[in-house]
Design a protein. Structure first.
Length: 201
């Protein structure tokens, strides 16, 4: 029984892994039980029995993306001291991940925001929750940098997070659509300018 459960869990992980890559490459709306079954050489009923509906699959994919994104960007940065060192580490990891085309690390938050900006429902809400939690983590990190004296007291954390996110969106377009190999370096230069403008005078 235990071996069967392990096989089932492995199959579920393979389904979510494949679906996540499909969503990054083609969008969340591209996901279908039939296409996943074909790609994994499984029956449709085998996929359905593990993930349920197409919407449940989309939600599972977003949750897996959340987990991987935080694991790649936020968790390693937490090893750095609070304040600007941690904020810089977040930006370095974020920029590196966005600029690494070979890993297929497209941003589901950005792509999903455009895909679901005018839709309602659980998928949009799940995406929105991930984006808001990420922005909340950034705001807390900015606030810590202000409290540490690394950034000026009058810095507005909400405004700075908006500018960080806008910088990242521009990086994604230039790195992935324009295929500019200098995009990550340009993004880091832009971040350094933001930091200098935000430091105590």
């Amino acid at each position: 029984m235990e071996a069967k459960t392990e096989r089932s869990e492995l199959t579920l992980q393979a389904i979510v892994d494949t679906a996540l890559q499909m969503a990054i490459d083609e969008g969340l709306e591209s996901l279908s039980i039939g296409e996943l079954a074909k790609r994994l050489a499984l029956s449709k009923s085998g996929v359905f029995s593990r993930v349920g509906s197409r919407e449940a699959l989309q939600l599972a994919v977003i949750q897996e993306y959340d987990r991987r994104f935080l694991q790649a960007v936020f968790t390693p940065a937490m090893r750095e001291p609070r304040g600007l060192p941690r904020l810089n580490a977040i930006m370095q990891l974020w920029i590196k991940r966005a600029g690494d085309l070979a890993q297929g690390n497209g941003c589901l938050y950005c792509a999903g925001a455009f895909e679901y900006d005018d839709r309602e429902g659980p998928v949009r809400e799940q995406l929105l929750d991930g984006v808001q939690r990420w922005r909340g983590a950034l705001r807390r990190t900015v606030q810590q940098a202000i409290e540490a004296g690394h950034l000026a007291d009058d810095v507005d954390p909400i405004q700075l997070v908006f500018e960080m996110d806008a910088l990242f969106t521009g990086l994604l377009r230039d790195a992935r659509f324009l295929r500019d190999p200098q995009a990550p370096a340009r993004a880091w230069t832009a971040w350094q300018r933001l930091v200098r403008a935000s430091q105590p005078q």
